[in-house]
Design a protein around this ligand. Structure first.
Ligand SMILES: [Zn+2]
Length: 248
């Protein structure tokens, strides 16, 4: 699996939002579609038609603000209809965000996407191509009152990648339990300063130290001005950048 970060910074970044593309053989999964997607996708070398599947982890604009435009471009320029995996509990809210722009002239969301309903938890895992996707519930653990989730992607060879998306109270989330000896990478929301909606770097390192080697923790969603060399040297963790892809 090839993994490309379209952006790695926070909501108020001067750069691109923390959205990722997972290339999984025949299928290519876009995780989150922020308002910078119209630039970040093409800068990373992708076309709209490359994206076969989409998962939106939560409804902050740096994760969903570009979805309506993406859908419009897919339909009207490329006649391309990707799969949209929507968590049942989030469906009404997601529809509310994108429907007003998309559902005009008698159109419904089904004219833009093949919509599949999915749920969190290991027993509700589903497959995209030959990769297994488990959604990990983080409701209220990023922002109070917000539905949100992370992902565990298991490859055909049994190795897996865990992706927190935005998270603050990671100690209460299921990520640590989801880590096993076949976890290659933990992509984790990391903040250099203590704050209520993102995980503080020192807490992240401390929390996972008994289940995964620090170099397998890849920091993302960090502040624009973060000194990446210092971050790696101080904590022994890795840092995601948009400079290159990652192969797992
Ligand atoms: Zn967020």
């Amino acid at each position: 699996m090839k993994i490309k970060a379209l952006g790695v910074n926070g909501a108020f970044t001067k750069n691109y939002h923390n959205n990722f593309v997972f290339e999984m053989g025949e299928r290519t999964l876009l995780v989150d579609a922020g308002t910078t997607l119209r630039y970040s996708l093409s800068d990373a070398g992708f076309k709209e038609t490359d994206i076969t599947d989409i998962i939106i982890t939560h409804l902050h604009s740096d994760h969903v603000g570009g979805l309506e435009e993406f859908a419009q471009r897919c339909k009207w320029i490329f006649n391309h209809k990707p799969n949209l995996w929507v968590r049942g509990k989030m469906k009404a809210q997601l529809e509310e965000v994108i429907e007003k722009g998309l559902c005009t002239d008698g159109l419904t969301l089904n004219d833009y996407f093949n919509i599949y309903t999915c749920e969190t938890g290991a027993r509700n895992s589903f497959n995209i191509g030959n990769h297994q996707i488990e959604l990990i519930d983080t409701d209220n653990l990023h922002s109070e009152g917000m539905l949100s989730m992370g992902l565990k992607i298991t490859l055909e060879n049994g190795h897996n990648v865990i992706y927190t998306s935005d998270i603050a109270k990671h100690q209460l989330a299921g990520f640590k339990d989801a880590i096993d000896e076949r976890t290659s990478v933990l992509f984790h929301d990391v903040s250099m300063v203590e704050n209520p909606v993102h995980s503080y770097i020192e807490d992240v390192v401390e929390h996972y130290k008994d289940v995964i080697a620090p170099h397998r923790i890849f920091a993302m969603h960090y502040q624009d001005e973060t000194d990446l060399v210092e971050l790696q040297q101080t904590y022994g963790i890795s840092v995601v950048t948009t400079d290159h892809g990652y192969i797992v």
